[in-house]
Design a protein. Structure first.
Length: 273
């Protein structure tokens, strides 16, 4: 095996599952549907907007969500991303939409896609890794997947994957569409921006050796092709990779047989699989 202890891998998983729910947060409903947990930083604003009801916050319906996000951004409570994301109730039904930057403050669930860009070489599999731009607001300069991003309003996971693959790495749509869904991961994490309750739809794509990804939208400074064993060592020995990318990579290592059966069972349990 390529390692002596599971502790570094379990530590990455624990770091993505630090949330105490509900903690000091208050439940939010829209109509009769529960959809989030408000951060204490928005309590005064939500009360001023007339949404406080008996220790909770209540919006008339889902159509109030987008205007709510605009009001919270105008107060400087979050920096808008100018991307609308669907808001889901606790039964996983879409009830409205809001700027993605508001999701952690309101404790809403969010979904994203992550692409393992694999290349088969005579020495085994390698993985394309992106070096995040230094001006990224989240984890600047860290290693990232070939393509990853949130699922905007109205897109399916595969449609979001094709969009992100083209925008971030110049992967043609027909090639990106060959990606295979391999895992769905979930975590609940305390972050400076609030509560991250994320669902990650993970894909594998085996790319031709002749293909070289190119940064397009500036989110990635450059790409580097690394042997899978080298990526394994970086996950094991460092914190150089964006926090949630570690989870997707651990799943990849499990599927590639880099752990013993007993270790695999322990890590899968930790990942909630």
């Amino acid at each position: 095996m390529l390692h002596d202890s599971l502790d570094p891998f379990l530590a990455h998983i624990r770091r993505c599952n630090t949330a105490i729910v509900p903690g000091a947060r208050r439940r939010i409903t829209a109509g009769n549907r529960s959809f989030g947990l408000a951060d204490p930083r928005v309590f005064d604003a939500m009360t001023a907007f007339g949404y406080a009801h008996g220790g909770e916050f209540h919006l008339p319906d889902g159509s109030a969500l987008q205007p709510l996000g605009e009001k919270l951004a105008a107060l400087g409570l979050f920096r808008p991303h100018d991307e609308l994301f669907d808001v889901f109730d606790t039964d996983n039904r879409v009830i409205g939409r809001i700027d993605r930057g508001a999701l952690p403050l309101l404790g809403c669930t969010a979904a994203g896609v992550h692409l393992n860009g694999l290349v088969e070489t005579p020495d085994g599999f390698s993985l394309w890794m992106g070096h995040r731009a230094q001006n990224k607001r989240l984890d600047p300069g860290k290693l990232d997947h070939l393509a990853a991003g949130g699922i905007c309003t109205g897109l399916s996971p595969m449609e979001a994957l094709i969009k992100e693959a083209g925008e971030e790495a110049a992967i043609p749509p027909a090639l990106a569409a060959q990606a295979s869904p391999v895992a769905t991961l979930r975590y609940a994490m305390e972050r400076p921006e609030g509560l991250r309750q994320d669902t990650l739809f993970c894909y594998d794509l085996v790319l031709p050796r002749s293909f070289t990804p190119q940064p397009v939208d500036g989110e990635v400074a450059f790409f580097e092709l690394m042997p899978l064993e080298r990526v394994f060592e970086i996950v094991r020995d460092t914190d150089d990779i964006k926090f949630n990318v570690n989870l997707v990579l651990i799943d990849l290592f499990l599927r590639r047989g880099l752990f013993s059966p007993q270790e695999t069972a322990e890590l899968r349990q930790a990942l909630g699989q």
